[in-house]
Structures are given as structure tokens and as C-alpha cells.
Design a protein around this ligand. Structure first.
Ligand code: GAL
Length: 445
């Protein structure tokens, strides 16, 4: 307790220093003559003109630039602008699904000592293993206290954004990774039930392939990692899947080999131009009737809505085969940069990001549910209401692709192994590379 109080004091001191540094912009020279009979002294002819007060700004960095994602962000920015009309919002979003491009840009900005005030980071290992470990962000415990967030954020989420008693980010949402999106009409036309097991899924896709339908829509590399994590979960089950990230499940085991073989087989049902498709391109194939299934996080629902598509008509959803009753989650959160150029404005942004109003504006559009537990369910559509029920009742596990379970170096080794595999490698060497990745960057050291 004492340690916690001390660390809280530490946070307070750091923030006070930052805030006072930001708040003490030199005051402009008085422009009014002093009152009283004496005329004011004439100004020195060489005196510089009074400087206008520095404009308040906040620069917020994310990868939400399109396809339902930008619209969600805009909805939250609108709340910010209404609350803080004097702060200019600089939207520094960099395009590219799952932050593949944005995170590289962010890394070089941080390296160069040019941080945005606040950026998007995933709860879990991405946050703790990268930004906290690199001392790139500041604790927010006092904000949690003043905003009462400990009472409204899920208890299970706090450890994933904390280190040593300090809380480091403000979660804006909960997303689900293990969603199987399907085209209801295609399944109906081919007399296919929504598959709940991987075997039933293969059988359905064999039938679709024979009927000349593209069974599975797939996109660029990170969407393949996303597919892989859901297949690992669907094949191994919750305990063995969780064990992959703690060292309890052997990456070299026959069970993992079965999962990788399942993954390899799945790839054979996919469109051949996957490497050049974004996640939006791939998920759109399903709602346009050009493919039967797509595995993607529920940001796809935000996109489908933006396209004007109707739930249960243009798209249906189910847990990815083999993962019924399990919610594979991730959470987007925003941080306060150490050395933020505008720390006071960054705190204002974080207050909106953690607020009920901000989250209720953002999430129904983004295709996610609130991180807060007190959002009004009636604001959400049919899919998101079902996600809320599942989040409350399912077993919860973390996502690999979206930062929860593995740190960046481990994830990047897995990504390299995956890249080689999809370019024509075999399952045995893929598995050997995954074993090696756990040994060099994961808990198998
Ligand atoms: C995830 C992120 C989501 C969504 C998705 C696709 O990593 O958590 O909010 O943006 O990428 O870009």
C-alpha cells in the first residue's frame, strides 16, 4: 500500500512538473495604459510586438483512417471538440490495418524524440513490453482516481495495462478477434449450416469450392496471423492456447502440429490475391457475395455498417469454428507520452477517451463494445449487443496479432516464420521456427 501511495506521489510530481512546464507560457505585455492621471510611458520604439498566446493543441496518433475506423474516431473527436473548443485536435492517423505501418512510423518518431502527445496502443504485452519497458509513456493513476475509472473499467483489464502498481493507458474499447463472418445467402443457396467445428468448416468449404464459390476471403499478411491465432485457439482449446503464451504448451507438440496443418489447409480455400488485399477488401468480398466466409475482428462490423449493409441479411456472424463460448479479445487504449509536447491537452483527450460520452459515441460506430461497463446497451446494434453478452459470459483469452499475449519481438519472429510459410514453406519448418521464436523471445527461454 505504502509503495502504491509512494508511486502515486511520484506520478503526481512528474505530472505537476509537466503541467506547470506547459502552463507557464510567458504572459503578453500589457496593452492597456495604466489607469490614473499620468500618461503611460511611451513604449520603446524597438520593443517587439506582443506575441499571441500559443495555441493549445493535442496530437493524437492512431491507425484509424478509413473503413469504419475513421468514422469511430471522428465521433470521439466531436465529443472532444465540444468539451474543449480551445484545443486544436491534430489527427495524426497513419493508414494500414492493425497498425502495421503506423507502428513503424511511431517507433521512428519515438526514436527521434518526437512523440505525439497520445497514441493508440493495445492493452497487454504491446503496451507493457514496448512502451512501458522503453519508458516512453507516463502512469495515469491520478487520472483514474479523479475520473473514478477504477469503478467502471473491467477489473480483468487493469492488470493488462499496469506495471508495478502504475496504470499506463486508457482503454476505449473491447474488440473480439475470433469472429467468423459469413454471407447468409450463399450458405442458404448451398444448404450449408454455419460450421461450429473446424471439420464441419472444411466440409462446408469443400462443397462451396465444388460449387464454384470462393470459400474463404483473406487479405494481407497480418490478416493471416489473425486467422492463425483463431485456428490455434479453435484446435487447441482455451487451456492449451493460453499455455502457448506462458510456456506451458509445447510449440513443438503434435497438437500444435495439428493446428498448423489446419491452418495450412485453410489457406487452400482462400482467394489467390490475398497478399494485395487490405482487411476491408477481404471482408467486403463476403458482403458483396463474392466469398462465403471471412475471419476478422469485429471492426469489420463497423465497416459493413458504413457500407450500408444489413446484419443477418448481408452478413451473419458466429465464433470461429471450434471457439464457441470463448471470446478472444483485444483492447485499444490511449497513452500519455513521456515528454508530450502538450501534456495538459493530452490529459484532456484521455479524459474524453475514458468518458462514458466518448465511448458511447465511438464504439457503436467503430464496431466494438465499450471498455467501460456502464455504456447504454440500447445505443448498439444487434451484433454488438450479442458481443456484449458474450464478453460478459464467455471464457476470455487474448489476441496475438493485436498485442495482448506476446511482446513485439516475439510477435515479429512469429510473423517472419509465418511469412516464410505462406510463401511456400512446409508445416515442419514453420513449427520449428515457432519453437525457436518461443525460445528466443517468449517464455520458453
Ligand atoms: C486492430 C485494432 C482495431 C482495428 C484493427 C484493424 O489492431 O485494435 O481497432 O483498428 O486493428 O485496423
Amino acid at each position: 500500500m505504502k509503495k502504491f501511495v509512494l508511486s502515486l506521489m511520484g506520478v503526481f510530481v512528474i505530472l505537476s512538473v509537466l503541467l506547470s512546464a506547459c502552463g507557464t507560457t510567458p504572459t503578453a505585455a500589457p496593452t492597456q495604459p495604466p489607469s490614473g492621471g499620468q500618461p503611460a510611458q511611451p513604449a520603446e520604439p524597438t520593443a517587439p510586438p506582443a506575441q499571441p498566446a500559443a495555441k493549445q493543441q493535442v496530437e493524437v496518433f492512431s491507425w484509424w483512417t478509413g473503413g469504419g475506423e475513421a468514422a469511430g474516431l471522428e465521433a470521439m473527436i466531436k465529443v472532444f471538440k465540444a468539451r474543449y473548443p480551445d484545443i486544436e485536435f491534430i489527427n495524426a492517423a497513419v493508414a494500414g490495418g492493425a497498425g502495421t505501418n503506423a507502428r513503424a512510423v511511431l517507433a521512428s518518431r519515438l526514436q527521434a524524440g518526437d512523440p505525439p502527445d497520445s497514441w493508440q496502443g493495445h492493452a497487454g504485452q504491446e503496451l507493457i513490453g514496448t512502451y512501458v519497458a522503453g519508458k516512453q509513456i507516463l502512469p495515469l493513476n491520478d487520472l483514474y482516481e479523479s475520473e473514478g475509472w477504477l469503478k467502471v473499467m473491467p477489473e480483468t483489464l487493469i492488470p493488462l495495462i499496469s506495471d508495478n502498481g502504475n496504470i499506463y493507458s486508457v482503454p476505449v474499447n473491447i474488440h473480439r478477434a475470433n469472429v467468423l463472418w459469413y454471407n447468409p445467402q450463399i450458405l442458404k443457396d448451398n444448404n450449408i449450416e454455419v460450421p461450429t467445428s473446424i471439420e464441419a468448416w472444411f466440409a462446408a468449404m469443400d462443397q462451396l469450392k465444388a460449387a464454384g464459390v470462393t470459400p474463404l476471403a483473406l487479405g494481407e499478411q497480418w490478416t493471416k496471423m489473425h486467422l492463425l491465432e483463431t485456428v490455434l485457439l479453435g484446435t487447441l482449446g482455451v487451456d492449451a492456447y493460453n499455455g502457448l503464451w506462458t510456456g506451458e504448451t509445447d510449440w513443438g507438440s503434435p497438437e500444435v502440429k495439428v493446428a498448423l496443418e489446419n491452418f495450412a489447409k485453410l489457406l487452400t480455400y482462400a482467394n489467390t490475391d490475398s497478399a494485395s488485399l487490405s482487411w476491408q477488401d477481404a471482408s467486403q468480398l463476403v458482403v458483396n457475395g463474392d466469398a462465403a466466409f471471412n475471419v476478422m475482428g469485429d471492426w469489420a462490423e463497423g465497416y459493413f455498417r458504413e457500407l450500408g449493409k444489413t446484419p443477418q441479411v448481408d452478413y451473419g456472424w458466429a465464433p470461429t469454428p471450434g471457439t464457441g463460448g470463448v471470446f478472444q479479445f483485444l483492447s485499444d487504449s490511449f497513452v500519455l507520452a513521456a515528454n508530450a509536447p502538450h501534456p495538459e491537452s493530452a490529459i484532456a483527450w484521455l479524459k474524453v477517451a475514458g468518458s462514458k460520452e466518448g465511448q458511447e459515441a465511438f464504439n457503436p460506430v467503430k464496431g466494438s463494445i465499450c471498455a467501460r461497463t456502464d455504456c447504454d446497451k440500447a445505443l448498439f446494434g444487434e451484433y454488438l449487443q450479442s458481443a456484449m453478452n458474450d464478453w460478459a459470459t464467455n471464457q476470455v483469452v487474448g489476441s496475438l496479432t493485436h498485442g495482448v499475449v506476446a511482446n513485439d519481438s516475439w510477435k515479429s519472429e512469429i510473423d517472419t516464420a509465418l511469412g516464410l510459410f505462406v510463401q511456400g514453406g512446409n508445416v515442419d519448418s514453420f513449427q520449428a521456427a515457432l519453437v525457436a521464436a518461443c525460445k528466443s523471445s517468449g517464455p520458453c527461454q
